[in-house]
Write a protein that binds this ligand. Sequence first.
Ligand SMILES: Cc1cc2nc3c(=O)[nH]c(=O)nc-3n(C[C@H](O)[C@H](O)[C@H](O)COP(=O)(O)O)c2cc1C
Ligand code: SF4
Length: 518
Amino acid sequence: MSIKVYVPLDSGAVALGANEVAAAIVQKADKAGADIQVVRNGSFGMYWLEPMVEVETPRGRVAYGPVSTDDIDALFEADFLAGGAHKLFLGRTQDIPFLKSQSRLTFQRCGIIDPLSLDDYRAQDGLTGLENALKMSGADIVKAVTDSGLRGRGGAGFPTGIKWNTVREADGDQKYIVCNADEGDSGTFADRMIMEGEPFVLIEGMIIAGLATGATKGYVYTRSEYPDAIRIMNEAIEVARSAGVLGNNVLGSGKVFDMEVRMGAGAYVCGEETSLLNSMEGKRGVVRAKPPLPALQGFLGRPTVVNNVISLCSVPVILEKGPEYYRDFGMGRSRGTIPIQIAGNVKHGGLYEVGFGMTLGEIVEQIGGGTASGRPVKAVQVGGPLGAYFPRELFDTPFDYEEFAKRDGLIGHAGVVVFDDTVDMMKQARFAMEFCAIESCGKCTPCRIGSIRGTEVVDKLERGEDPELQVDLLRDLCETMKFGSLCALGGFTPYPVLSALNHFPDDFKPRALDIAAE
Ligand SMILES: Cc1cc2nc3c(=O)[nH]c(=O)nc-3n(C[C@H](O)[C@H](O)[C@H](O)COP(=O)(O)O)c2cc1C
Ligand code: SF4
């Protein structure tokens, strides 16, 4: 029997050479007369170990990483096909501490299975949630999701069950499920990783959302920068359709649900749900005023669920194991697990799924292992480009929607970007304003004009032009943007700006004065 060797097809691993490593292993095995089967799996999300190669042995799957093509000869010499000792040997995959200490509910099969094998997916209890949902009424499915405490993982943390109920109760001959896979936040990659590594869980989650609300058509809206995710999702949809999971007779139930992938042209604001819907309709990606809510008048004016990838991918396990099982993880009003994406200047960058409640310090220092540069951590930006910068003094903040809000921060899509002590927080504040100016859809003045004025004020501050006045102006501008903007792009840009100003005042000293003082 051939020996199974796993080399990830995940685009993060591919960027680090996984395709070349897979080809080199096949070539060397051919030469050596070894009977192997290379499986291209998803990533487990331990990116500092990618490309991570695994071999199936009688002891279970053992891992080696990070592997480069230069290591292949030595790995064969070390008899890695039998799990032999080598300097890159990591032991059994499931025992690697970063993985072992997680509570993987949403990502439970990512990395383990061949992403495009429905048999693999089923063998690991895939589709059980859907089978259960098919026996339930729409109202009962909505109740299960509501009882689980699941809140939207796209940014706002809105309760998923309540959103679904609005769509379920809305009048409409046609309703839609739109999956928001635009994933524009800095340091985030959970949506991409799961679409590449376990696409069937998203398909399953979207069908369940359709059953719950009466929607028969779904769309995955994603970005052009995700070509691998797009290809894998499209192939998985084809496989699901051929197997009767999607289509006019979902798993033989007589229920209808089908879906397709739509690619955006690339704008951060197209991740905002109404701008996304405009983009899907072929219009400019401009934010729509609410009301009407997309749940009542969304895609083509019809009732529409817009949910993030991770929200939808968390649904199958809720329907499989029950809402109580899911809600048992977490703290306060933040229930279940959250796939935290650890990025930036960090030693162990990757995806870490865990129940809400771990402190920011634990995430950065224990899980992330501190900075990659070895220098002290100075700041951590949580929640993407609109998220606040947290100083070390706030490292005791638990990862929880309300706890972060109490400290003027947000969890967003759970991206954690680490900076060492060389970061200049005045530059980061300017960057936040500049980002907003570049990405603004232009619909409202506080965002469109305010962000440009914001960069000018920071420039004046840097030059030492009347610094106290500039700080007052910056605060005033932030106030106007926060309360006067139509959407969170303009409304939340003050978070990174003010957190930088409040927590790192020394960085806002005029540079010109520093030079004069020297
Ligand atoms: C500027 C901006 C960008 C956004 N980008 C994304 C995104 O890339 N992905 C996402 O899921 N939600 C994004 N959101 C949030 C969406 O508007 C919406 O709240 C979300 O898709 C709802 O799904 P959820 O309830 O499952 O979180 C963004 C919001 C704003 C204001
Ligand atoms: S806040 Fe900015 S992105 Fe949002 S609607 Fe106004 S101009 Fe557009």
